[in-house]
Design a protein around this ligand. Structure first.
Ligand code: PLP
Ligand SMILES: N[C@@H](CCOP(=O)(O)O)C(=O)O
Length: 462
């Protein structure tokens, strides 16, 4: 299996190289050269299998010869052993025809654990085999950072630096990043918002001298392995509702477009998905783009679903690549226009996107009302991101096709917003109950590429 860049000008890589490389050297994102197919029979055969067995069958064709079957099975087993639910990603029914896919039973209580726990194991195995050391730098609006730190803390061959927007993540998210004591973990609170953090990470990848000197690696969803791991729960949930005989739709609380893009890959592999619904908060650039064709970031507005406070949605580039008929030059041109302020999606590409994606937006009051009403109607306490999904799903669903909304984080990560909306205080799980007593370790940094690079070089001895 070979991987190519969305901008068409970077070296073609193997799975392992792609995973350890992160961003392509032409600034693009890696994608498989062709998408492996699963027949109706292959999908039907997933019924009754464990999450781990489905993960193996779905991901195996993408990894080529990077790992033997036995190695890959062991890696998958270790990745999900620490999850707090036997099903890993249980499906609960909200009402007839609407289901919630709970993706928050991992160690840091967000869907990011599904991919991060896996790539932590994949990195460790690959780096050990190659005798290699890497410096992971990631940007987070709260959940990627905590999941990455949890997955990589204490690993000998990895330093992990996480840039998060100062004052714009929840207290639980911040403490998850600032309380680990391992020396290889570095939480950096940056002035600005998530888009600034992500831009600085991409700048570091595009600074080849720095990139090569420190052995830069990325674990944001620019990393294809992140997306791949997230494809699995689309299969487990759809099969449990009757796929391949029955089509299902998904609504996905969306920011960086990684999670919903994983659903798109599942569909292209053959999973019978009817609609993929992009649910945005008031940072609704994707909804505006899918309804008007204009993609123009106009400033991040802080919300009660802070992990989705994003206006430059990294993985949308991957969707555009397919919408433009896999034309890397066209994508490169759009990304150049984005640097200058924004772009318009061509009518043909917009039509291609709309063949699969619907979209909707949920404002702050609607988010609170959805938390309150869902709690009253079903006893399910939603985090604000999942509430955005449920509200948009309720508007998008059609009779006869089950709708699965992805519940992307545990309500206890956002206790203030959840309590304000529902009058219910969501407690942290027992294993985290001392989170507020642990001491914090964090460095404040300016939004200044040179200063951040200097700090990373100093801390890693380069
Ligand atoms: C809780 C939560 N929900 C939804 C999202 C949006 O996911 P994506 O960025 O993959 O679109 C994020 C951040 O990524 C998140 O942390
Ligand atoms: N919402 C994310 C933002 C980063 O997204 P990623 O999927 O590209 O890592 C977060 O919680 O950090």
């Amino acid at each position: 299996m070979k991987y190519i860049s969305t901008r068409g000008q970077a070296p073609v890589l193997s799975f392992e190289e792609t995973m350890l490389t992160g961003l392509a050297r032409d600034g693009g994102l890696y994608l498989p050269e062709s998408i492996p197919q699963m027949s109706a029979g292959d999908i039907a055969a997933l019924e009754g299998l464990s999450y781990e067995e489905v993960a193996f069958r779905v991901m195996r064709p993408f990894i080529g010869d990077a790992f033997t079957d036995e190695e890959f099975q062991d890696i998958i087993a270790r990745a999900y052993a620490g999850f707090g639910h036997a099903a890993r990603a249980p499906l609960v029914q909200l009402d007839s025809g609407h289901f919630l896919l709970e993706l928050f039973h991992g160690p840091t209580l967000a869907f990011k654990d599904f991919a991060m726990q896996l790539i932590g194991q994949l990195f460790e195995a690959a780096l050990k085999r190659n005798g290699q050391r890497v410096c992971i730098v990631g940007a987070t609006s709260g959940d990627t950072g905590s999941a990455a730190i949890e997955a990589f803390r204490g690993l000998d061959a990895v330093d992990v630096f996480i840039l998060f927007p100062h004052g714009r993540v929840s207290e639980v998210q911040r403490r998850q990043m600032t309380t680990p004591t391992e020396d290889n973990v570095h939480a950096l609170a940056m002035d600005g918002h998530f888009d600034d953090c992500q831009a600085r990470v991409k700048d570091m990848f595009n600074d080849f001298a720095f990139r090569d000197a420190v052995g830069l690696a990325g674990v944001n969803s620019i990393n294809w392995a992140r997306v791949l791991a997230q494809v699995v729960y689309y299969f487990t949930s759809a099969v449990s509702l009757g796929a391949p005989q029955r089509k299902v739709s998904f609504t996905v609380p969306t920011g960086n477009f990684g999670d919903i893009f994983a659903g798109y890959i599942a569909k292209r592999m053959g999973l019978p998905i009817d609609r993929l619904v992009v649910a945005t908060n008031q940072n609704d650039i994707l909804h505006r783009c899918l309804t008007s064709s204009e993609y123009k970031p106009d400033g991040v507005i802080p919300s009660i679903s802070p992990s989705m406070d994003i206006q430059v949605s990294s993985n949308f580039e991957r969707a555009l690549y397919y919408a433009y008929g896999q034309d890397g030059n066209a994508v490169a041109q759009l990304m150049d226009e984005l640097k200058a302020g924004g772009f318009s999606v061509s009518q043909g590409a917009l039509q291609a996107l709309r063949e699969t994606f619907d979209s909707g937006r949920c404002d702050e009051d609607e988010t609170r009302a959805t938390i309150r009403d869902t709690w009253a109607a079903s006893g399910e306490l939603l985090c604000p991101h999942s509430a955005v999904g449920v509200k948009v799903a309720n508007e998008a669903r059609v009779p006869g096709t089950p709708m699965i909304t992805l519940a992307t984080a545990h309500p206890a990560k956002f206790p203030a917003a959840v309590e304000e909306a529902s009058n219910v205080h969501p407690p942290l799980p027992e294993r985290m109950s001392d989170l507020y007593e642990r001491s914090e370790r964090v460095s404040r940094v300016d939004n200044d590429l040179g200063a951040i690079e200097a700090l990373i070089k100093e801390r890693t001895g380069h």
